[in-house]
Design a binder for this molecule. Structure first.
Ligand code: GFP
Length: 786
């Protein structure tokens, strides 16, 4: 029997690894052996896929982030081992969920951008598309978040401390990366990306920086112990953390080094494999037939000069030959219109990282300008478009100039790129621009994380075909008026809420009531995402309950999660603010009967897997025009939450698919904000509006305490009286009343549980568009041609 074979194999691995029998070892050892067993099981299929892909055109996803989450449970599901898994675990003397909890959840990404990359990898494998991922193996990830007196604290996330059974170190394929002042090894670690039930296994290759000769024996011999290791440490620093603080110049250099490090290693890897496979094509005439590189935001853009460098200097092509190839093999995705993400590096930094690449960038720019001049472009326009200007290198310009296609990640976002942010580029290259609305993988975000709902859908639809074709969920609409089905939908949601409440109690120490509305906002902290608006609404409710303790409202639990960049002071202030509100609310004997607030520590993929299925309300409240797409919104929708959202990013498409009356739309539109932008005066709004004033004034009161950090005064100033920047740049106060109204509507509608369930089902039934299978097929057909 399959189960017995698996159990025997795991016991064997345990014995080999520890010299002990299964009942003598720790849960960690059981987890590790079980994972190795899976890696052993898949090895032939993995090798077969790799071999098959060699002769095909492949797409390569270059990304600084791959937020893959835990592998164990998902691999069991995708490889079709889930029927045996419970029984196997039992034989090993442990529960399956306990085994799953042994796995570290690596923070190799920050938010949506990195998680999107992971969803794309899974969908491509499932769709039999040859897509390989290339990125960085950060030894300490982003960071682990914890709270001390409500302040965000960061610590290293040493996720491989107990080993990493899901990757294979491929020592023999090590590359050398040359910086101006340093040479390091790039060692690849390969992780399998298992397609759903198709035995197709693609590869995610992450590079780790190591020293060529890390230990200086003579220094050690002279008792210079720190010095003897400095070369090693400097090399390893390159892949130590994701987004090292770049407020100082040294940090900036380190960031660009990271970026150059991984794209250089990747391009070298791909070129050397090509040469092995096609030794006769010394002019790389067919290179572009076999390769297309997707640049995920501007982080991997150094791949462009690096490919040129390899073709020119190491393979002796002429500029024209090299450029012709380079112009055919890149495509670029923009993920945000915020300027902070359109990286610009000062010339000296680029030169310090790799002088030859800097020279190549300047030459690309020089030729580009000549071309524009020839087409009678004005100097002003040329200034907008050029790559090297005023002492900086603009990575987005380099990417757009070179790429065959440029895409945004939701309809509105792509329109804004075309009409506004990248207007001049769109005029120059209209046919390069296209939209690819983001998606999420239904395997991890429903089948794996919400088993009860997933099984019920299969039962209702009479088959599980929907897992591979999410548009089939539409058929659920025939149950919209079926009371039994609606009741069951509510029951499943309730069960998921109980499960989350238990987890939150264990991990955060807070009691929350599954009968209350679970109103959730989980995402990276940023002013434009407006966690502050959510927080101020809670203050408003607090004041309301305080002045009228008898007030009739449906109990509500507000749940937050997300990390702030370590150097982003205001985002950290907002976390502290929310934690203080939580303390105030949860400790008030009257208020806490009606509302509760929890900010979960260290939000990550595996926390999300417990949170999304348990949400009643999904908070997607960014300032219109600022959230490129959002993907959390899709995870909530697929799990039956109703969206409370602005007309922004993919929210608009969610409202279009599921209907506005099944969700809660509020706030100013992009057009409305544009109109008032120049005259908007939040201070007047504050002075003339008592409710707003009373709410915002909490930031200056002593009922909450920022422990002398001045964080709350700083938030107050940012809204009302900001001297250095525009006050309330994200229109929190402008949208406040509209947001309050939407919440009142939620309160009213939640009371009718069947009608709520109907809306929930409507959302589930119309989530089909948001499968990353759909997105990845569009990339494959319209950008990559694979
Ligand atoms: C960024 C954007 C999001 C978008 C993702 C993926 O992610 O709107 O959905 O990229 O394209 F801001 P975050 O890191 O902000 O979540």
């Amino acid at each position: 029997m399959e189960k017995d074979r698996i159990v025997e194999q795991i016991k064997d691995i345990v014995l080999y690894k520890t010299g002990k029998t299964i009942d003598e070892v720790s849960p960690q050892a059981k987890y590790e052996a079980s994972s190795i067993m899976i890696m052993d099981d898949i090895k032939e299929d993995w090798a077969k896929t790799t071999k098959k892909n060699k002769d095909r055109r492949n797409a390569y996803y270059f990304s600084a982030e791959f937020l893959i989450g835990r592998s164990f449970g998902n691999n069991i599901l995708n490889y079709g081992l889930n029927h045996e898994a419970e029984g196997v675990a039992e034989e090993l003397g442990i529960s399956l969920s306990a085994l799953e909890e042994m796995e570290e959840d690596p923070a190799l990404g920050n938010g949506g951008l990195g998680r999107l990359a992971a969803c794309f990898m899974e969908s491509a494998a499932t769709e039999n598309l040859p897509l390989q991922g290339y990125g960085v193996r950060y030894s300490q990830g982003l960071f682990k978040q914890y709270f001390n007196q409500g302040f965000q604290m960061e610590e290293g996330d040493d996720w491989t401390a107990l080993g990493d059974p899901w990757s294979l170190r491929k020592q023999a394929e090590t590359k050398i990366v040359n910086f101006k002042d340093q040479k390091v090894l790039a060692v690849p670690y390969d992780t399998p990306v298992i397609g759903y039930r198709n035995k197709n296994i693609n590869t995610l290759r992450l590079w780790q920086a190591e020293a060529i000769n890390g230990f200086d024996f003579s220094k050690f011999n002279n008792s210079l112990y720190d010095d003897s290791m400095s070369t090693k440490n400097r090399a390893e620093d390159i892949t130590r953390v994701l987004y090292p603080n770049d407020s100082q110049k040294a940090g900036k250099i380190l960031r660009l080094k990271q970026q150059y490090f991984f794209v250089s290693a990747s391009i070298q890897d791909i070129v050397s494999k090509y040469k092995q496979h096609f030794p006769l094509d010394i002019k790389f005439k067919d290179f572009s037939k076999y390769h297309i590189f997707q640049l995920n935001d501007t982080h991997p853009v150094m791949a462009i000069p690096e490919l040129m460098r390899l073709l020119l200097d190491e393979n002796f092509l002429s500029w024209e030959e090299a450029w012709k190839i380079t112009k055919k093999v890149f495509a670029f995705t923009n993920h945000t219109i915020l300027q902070e993400a359109m990286e610009k590096w000062s010339e000296d930094i680029v030169e310090t990282v790799n002088p030859r690449c800097f020279e190549i960038i300047k030459e690309i720019d020089r030729r580009f300008i000549a071309e524009l001049k020839e087409s009678k472009y004005t100097n002003e326009k040329i200034e907008e478009l050029r790559i090297v200007s005023k002492g900086t290198v603009r990575m987005a310009n380099l990417a757009i100039r070179t790429s065959i296609k440029v895409n945004g990640v939701a309809e509105l976002h792509t329109e804004i790129l075309k009409k506004d942010t990248l207007k001049d580029w769109y005029e120059l290259y209209p046919s390069k621009f296209l939209n690819k609305t983001n998606g999420i993988t239904p395997r991890r975000w429903l089948v794996y994380s919400n088993k009860e709902l997933s099984n019920y859908i299969t039962e209702l639809l009479g088959s599980d075909d929907w897992i591979l074709d999410l548009s089939k969920l539409k058929e659920l609409e025939k149950y919209l008026d079926d009371e039994t089905v609606l009741k069951r939908i509510n029951e499943i949601k309730y069960n998921n809420k109980v499960r989350l409440a238990k987890y939150i109690k264990e991990n955060e120490g807070v009691d929350i009531d599954p009968n209350s509305i679970f109103d959730i906002q989980v995402k990276r902290l940023h002013e434009y995402k407006r966690q502050l608006l959510n927080a101020l609404h809670i203050v408003y409710l607090y004041n309301k309950i305080k002045s009228n303790p008898e007030i009739d409202i449906v109990p509500r639990t507000f749940i937050f999660g997300g990390k702030a960049a370590p150097g982003y002071f205001r985002a950290k202030s907002i976390i502290k603010f929310i934690n203080e509100i939580a303390k105030l609310v949860n400790n008030d004997p009257i208020v806490s009967k009606k509302i509760k607030v929890v900010f979960v520590e260290n939000f990550r993929v595996s926390y999300g897997e417990k949170i999304y299925p348990a949400a009643d309300v999904s908070e997607q409240i960014s300032t219109a025009g600022k959230e490129a797409s959002g993907t959390g919104n899709m995870k909530f929708m697929l799990n039956g939450a109703l969206t409370l959202g602005t007309y922004d990013g993919a929210n608009i498409e969610i409202f279009k698919e599921a209907g506005e009356d099944s969700n809660f739309v509020f706030g100013a539109t992009v057009e409305e904000l544009k109109e008032i932008e120049s005259t908007y005066d939040p201070e007047q709004l504050y002075l003339n509006d008592e409710v707003i004033k009373e709410t915002v004034d909490i930031l200056k009161s002593d009922i909450i305490n920022d422990n002398g950090s001045y964080m709350f005064l700083e938030i107050y100033n940012s809204l009302i009286a900001n001297k250095n920047e525009k006050p309330d740049a994200y229109f929190v106060l402008k949208d406040f009343h509209s947001y309050v109204k939407a919440h009142e509507k939620i309160d009213k509608e939640y009371r009718d549980s069947l009608s709520w369930a109907r809306k929930s089902l409507k959302n589930i039934a119309n989530a089909g568009k948001f499968s990353s299978d759909r997105t990845i097929k569009e990339y494959a057909n319209e950008i990559w041609d694979i």
